[in-house]
Design a protein around this ligand. Structure first.
Ligand code: FSO
Ligand code: SF4
Length: 577
């Protein structure tokens, strides 16, 4: 195997024997095969859509986003689920082909004649129909080996293969966000068309041209901007705009369910199904911002937050005396001590762990999770007594809440009581280099503010940063999940309007801690919007060669985070550099 799609990749170059995340070579191979199959299916859907018959297939649209989402880092480790996904891709391909044939739509011969960039594999459009001849997993893995990055590097060279992956990883992020929005009933036909158009592009001669691949990456950033706005609207239309809300980190007596991941729709369904059952619901990891939404905080049994960022989950889940519901990434291979308590939902999957599937109407029956919670002891007064008491944290500073205090912020900037704003967004992780972010906060002068996003906030979320001098505004405002990056862009754009300038000229620095592919999508959005001087860390992506990084540095002044010296980075950022 070779996988280098996330920041924690082995030695900063690539996981080869087993993933640092725990991904096995079998799962890595099946994921490669799935992406390859989906590239073919997306091409077919693109051709169907752009034919005179204008065929749109909603089932294919939903499937592609979900299947691609399942290949994100720390989403799914179950090889049987990937076998299902690959055969579903094949079934969709056959069904759509038949629909096209019935409508007289043919795949033009020119679409498949250029095969060179797939090495020893047929064009993905053709492979899907040949795949029915495959026997079992062994056959699949043999084919999968020919679709991996190592093969493509041989054919394309490392820089081009890596830039194509930049596009694929950006699209993975877009698919994840779009899939979340779709779960809440928000879709946009242009988004499916653009995702599939980009996947189709990778099957065409243009994908051998560095310039065209880069352009496709920025276009992917534009699609992602649209999708992030759609997801933000999906959340706020469904659950209301977040409002600043204190959240307790101290458990209360009673039976308990912990909900992790990003999917608020699932949390909502679970809150409905647990109402009146004497079960308390806690958020974990990226679900913390849920407490700020009026439509979720109204449930009295959503009682608090438990635990830290995703990489601590083996400690957190082992300590939690109830059931655990996993809605999205990040999930890790479970320890035996809590394996019977954990349930996966949506695109997530773990070998040997029960998975909850929706019915035909999208309804999910969480009875198995509820029953497990009722069997487990929950928090007893004795258990609570042993735990250290913690202070509340405050969440709920989405763009509406932040813009409501904009006059105070603007006045503070004008009166020089506020010198600089930092946006420290992104992910947390266990590598020692991520201490850079904890230290960075220590260097922030008191006349600065910091906006956080994503699970990176767990480095500091329970620290008291006080208020901005002369105001009652907290210096630390958490804008939500990594999925809420849109809010940060709205705030930056609105501030730029007030100061009659552009985002790059504001006293604002972006220091991004990336981990997986949603962060890649957000980075592409920022580059598409022309944002410069972004710091990226703790390490640069392994899939970008020095040559590819050079292009981004020249065009956008992308800056590698100075992990060895956060104080030096802070001085530069205070000078807007
Ligand atoms: Fe974190 Fe994981 Fe939200 Fe990521 S929980 S690391 S970018 O999957 O999604 O911030
Ligand atoms: Fe390695 Fe990340 Fe790929 Fe897992 S997802 S195998 S940690 S590069």
């Amino acid at each position: 195997m070779l996988c280098y799609q996330c920041e924690q990749t082995k030695s900063g170059t690539g996981c080869t024997e087993i993933g640092v995340c725990g991904k096995t070579p079998e799962v890595a191979g099946l994921q490669d095969l799935l992406v390859y199959s989906v590239k073919g299916l997306a091409s077919l859907a693109h051709i169907a859509r752009n034919s005179p018959a204008k065929i749109e297939d909603p089932a294919v649209n939903t499937f592609i986003n979900g299947a691609i989402f399942s290949t994100l880092t720390n989403v799914n480790f179950a090889d049987d689920r990937f076998l299902e996904f690959v055969s579903e891709a094949r079934a969709h391909h056959a069904r759509l082909s038949a629909k096209m044939a019935a409508a007289g739509v043919q795949v033009p011969a020119s679409a498949t004649e250029q095969q060179v960039w797939f090495g020893s594999m047929p064009h993905p459009l053709l492979w899907n129909s040949q795949a029915a001849a495959l026997g079992g997993v062994g056959d699949m893995l043999e084919v999968a080996a020919k679709t991996g990055i190592a093969e493509r590097q041989k054919v394309l060279g490392e820089t081009l293969a890596g830039l194509q992956e930049l596009l694929v990883y950006g699209l993975k992020g877009v698919c994840a966000y779009a899939h979340h929005a779709e779960a809440l009933g928000f879709t946009d036909p242009t988004v499916y068309a653009e995702i599939q158009g980009a996947l189709h592009f990778l099957n065409t001669p243009g994908a051998k041209d560095v310039g065209q691949v880069l352009d496709a990456c920025f276009k992917c950033g534009a699609t992602n901007f649209k999708v992030m706005e759609m997801l933000s609207n999906a959340h706020t239309d469904t659950f209301g705009h977040p409002v600043p809300t204190p959240v307790t980190l101290n458990p209360v007596p009673g039976k308990a369910i912990l909900v992790t991941g990003h999917d608020m729709h699932d949390l909502h369904m679970l809150l409905e199904q647990t109402a009146g059952k004497g079960i308390n619901v806690y958020t974990h990891g990226e679900m913390l911002p849920a407490h700020g939404y009026p439509g979720l905080k109204k449930y009295p049994h959503l009682v608090g937050h438990f635990g830290g960022a995703w990489y601590r989950q083996k400690i957190d889940f082992a300590e939690f005396p109830g059931a655990v519901a996993v809605t999205t990434n990040c999930v890790l291979d479970p320890l035996q001590v809590y394996k019977q308590n954990i349930f996966t939902i949506n695109e997530t999957g773990l070998s040997g762990v029960p998975h909850i599937r929706p019915d035909a109407n999208g309804h999910k029956d969480f009875t198995p999770i509820i029953n497990r919670a009722l069997q487990l002891p929950g928090f007893t007064p004795e258990l609570i007594e042993k735990r250290p008491k913690k202070k509340d944290v405050t969440v709920g500073f989405g763009h509406k809440a932040v813009l409501s205090v904009a006059p105070q912020v603007i006045q503070a900037i004008q009166e020089k009581r506020l010198e600089h704003i930092f946006l420290v967004g992104g992910c947390d992780g266990s590598e020692p280099q991520r201490k850079y972010y904890s230290k960075l906060y220590q260097y922030m002068p008191t006349n600065t503010m910091v906006l956080t996003l994503g699970c990176g906030k767990f480095r500091i979320f329970d620290q008291d940063f006080g208020t901005l001098p002369g105001t009652d505004l907290p210096r630390l405002l958490d804008m939500g999940q990594c999925n809420d990056s849109y809010s940060a862009l709205v705030v930056a754009t609105e501030l730029a309007k007030v100061f009659k300038t552009d985002v790059n000229s504001l006293p604002l620095s972006l220091d991004l801690s990336w981990f997986e592919q949603k962060a890649v999508a957000v980075l592409l959005t920022l580059l598409h919007l022309g944002v410069r001087n972004i710091r990226l860390g703790p390490r640069l992506p392994a899939f970008l060669t020095p040559e590819a990084v050079g292009v981004l540095v020249d065009r956008f002044n992308l800056i590698p985070a100075n992990v060895a010296d956060p104080g030096a980075d802070m001085k530069m950022m205070m000078k807007n550099k």
